[in-house]
Design a binder for this molecule. Structure first.
Ligand code: G4P
Length: 526
């Protein structure tokens, strides 16, 4: 098959949601439909259960299991699907943000009872940064949820995106019968099943009286009226608008009962984008360029502290990746040999000889690779769009064992490369402050420093509201600003300048006083 054909058959995407909306369940159902697993339960077992949500030891255990579900590759109707898993736990949201840099589109799951939730909004903002195409799946229609039209309005309003329903529910709650596909203009009725997939009857024409027989006269009447209304109110689905992130197609269903999942998947493989061109520091790279290029978006440390090998996740962006080849590591400015690459399939990892744009390859690494690293066949470019986001909680790292200073430094630097947290080093006094999104991460860091590096650290809370990356068109003004705010200036892992703001009000005041300085909440800006 040619490079172009390999590209056209690939879909690389992620499923995101506020916890509990049904991300794990939908993932499993997609794998079931794709024939990648035979019975539900496989993915579920790797999920952190509710009672363990605050138990970081449990999370630590799951870290081992979750390598297997990090990337799930499977084939469905001649399409190679790469589904990238994102952690459900809010404390690890940064991991999710980073994974989103490696996908070409996303499916956002929304609970029909709860509607748009906080995490849904935050994730949508991240998608918007790169205009990632979004499909919404409104889940749990077997419960008495909100009116579907009301939910569509809420999505438009809170997520600030136009919507276009492509499937429609027939009733809801206990009376939920299934969904009509507006894209295929047909209705599949399924036998509800929590574990397997059984296809039921298919009705091709909405005016067929078979519909009345199967779903009841009133439901059939209501469905016909709803469809007429939708077709009248919403403009036709415009695939270009979807691909540009301007409109989100919406599907309804009940993942746990298999309702609406096939409609979603069948439409997804037809409309979702194959691997897209990507920006680098020098130019946009097209996936069908013959030369290989890709970037590391995730690093996963192994559980065994004796062997400090890690798996780096490489997203292939252009050309063909071949195992055993030498590739140019742009940050190191040298060529490295990649002899031990693995592909990710739904259940296992297996050695891969070649991989194509959109594929994710796992590379064993002894501690050299970093998130954001770019590999090419020699071109000196770096993929952009993999920013760090300002953390929310900050603590100073205090070394509690002077004999183990080296170990602490190594441990900290490796954990930061893995993206567990961010380290800021103050210009004055070299104070080290770790920033995280969720408090649980501190416990994980403390535990891993001890367990894997034999270092003991304590974390002292800091009064910091946000880390703001700073820039200015006028170097003199920037120097003046740094001079006047010396005590609050630090550098991030890449040596970039950061202003550590103590409170929202204070930041506002500083912004007013220094209008020539730009304050950014992410490490990448133009
Ligand atoms: P998440 O990954 O987004 O956090 O959600 P997950 O799939 O784990 O789903 C959260 C809960 O919602 C689960 O119940 C799951 O069974 C349930 N669920 C998922 N889809 C549907 C649906 O279509 N209808 C209904 N009524 N419930 C659904 P749980 O009690 O937390 O877990 P379990 O022990 O039942 O599996």
């Amino acid at each position: 098959m040619s490079l172009e054909q390999e590209i056209q058959k690939r879909r690389t995407f992620g499923i995101i949601s506020h916890p509990d909306a049904g991300k794990t369940t939908l993932t499993e159902k997609l794998l079931l439909f794709g024939g990648a697993i035979q019975k539900a339960g496989a993915v579920k077992s790797s999920k952190i259960k509710d009672h363990a949500r605050s138990d970081w030891m449990e999370i630590e255990k799951q870290r081992g299991i979750s390598v297997a579900t990090s990337v799930m590759g499977f084939n469905y109707k001649d399409v190679k699907i790469n589904l990238l898993d994102t952690p459900g736990h809010q404390d690890f949201a940064e991991d999710t943000y980073r994974t989103l840099t490696a996908v070409d589109s996303v499916i956002m799951v929304i609970d029909c009872v709860k509607g748009v939730e906080i995490q849904t909004e935050k994730l949508m903002e991240v998608c918007r940064m790169r205009n990632t195409p979004v499909i919404c799946f409104i889940n749990k229609l077997d419960r008495e949820g909100r009116d579907p039209f009301e939910l569509l309005d809420e999505i438009e309003e809170k997520l600030n995106i136009k919507v276009r329903p492509l499937s429609w529910p027939i009733n809801m709650g206990k009376a939920f019968k299934g969904v009509y596909s507006l894209y295929e203009k047909s209705l599949h009725l399924f036998t509800p099943s929590k574990t397997t997939v059984e296809e039921g009857i298919e009705i091709k024409d909405i005016n067929d009286t078979l519909l009345d027989d199967y779903v009841g006269e009133n439901n059939a009447k209501q469905l016909r009226a709803d469809i007429e209304l939708i077709e009248g109110v919403y403009p036709d689905f415009d695939i270009e608008d979807y691909l540009e992130g301007k409109v989100a197609p919406v599907f309804f269903g009940s993942a746990v009962n298999n309702f609406g999942v096939k409609e979603l998947l069948d439409t997804f493989i037809r409309v979702a984008p194959p691997p897209i061109p990507r920006e680098t520091t020098a130019r946009i790279i097209e996936p069908n360029e013959n030369k290989f290029s890709g970037f590391i978006f995730k690093i996963h440390a192994n559980m065994d502290p004796k062997h400090r090998n890690r798996i780096a996740f490489l997203r292939i962006c252009s050309g063909k990746f071949e195992r055993g080849s030498n590739y140019y590591h742009v940050r190191f400015d040298k060529s490295l040999r990649f002899s031990n690459a693995t592909a990710f399939m739904a259940q296992d990892r297996e050695t891969v000889d070649e991989a194509w744009p959109g594929d994710i390859v796992g590379i064993y690494d002894t501690g050299n690779l970093k998130i954001g690293d770019t590999l090419t066949e020699g071109e000196k470019v770096l993929y952009t769009g993999i920013p760090s986001f300002s953390p929310e909680i900050f603590k100073e790292v205090v070394n509690m064992d002077a004999m183990k200073t080296k170990q602490l430094e190594k441990g900290l630097s490796q954990l930061m490369e893995e993206g567990v947290a961010q380290l800021f080093t103050y210009e004055l006094g070299k104070k080290k402050v770790v920033g995280v999104v969720g408090a649980l991460q501190f416990e994980v860091i403390q535990f891993r420093l001890k367990n894997e590096y034999n270092a003991t650290a304590q974390f002292v809370p800091q009064n910091i509201y946000k880390a703001c990356w700073i820039s200015s068109k006028d170097p003199k003004k920037l120097a003046e600003f740094i001079e006047s705010k010396q005590r609050h200036i630090a550098r991030d892992k890449d040596g970039k300048l950061v202003f550590m703001a103590e409170s929202r009000a204070w930041l506002q005041m500083v912004q007013d006083n220094f209008p020539e300085i730009h304050f950014h909440f992410t490490s990448e800006f133009k």
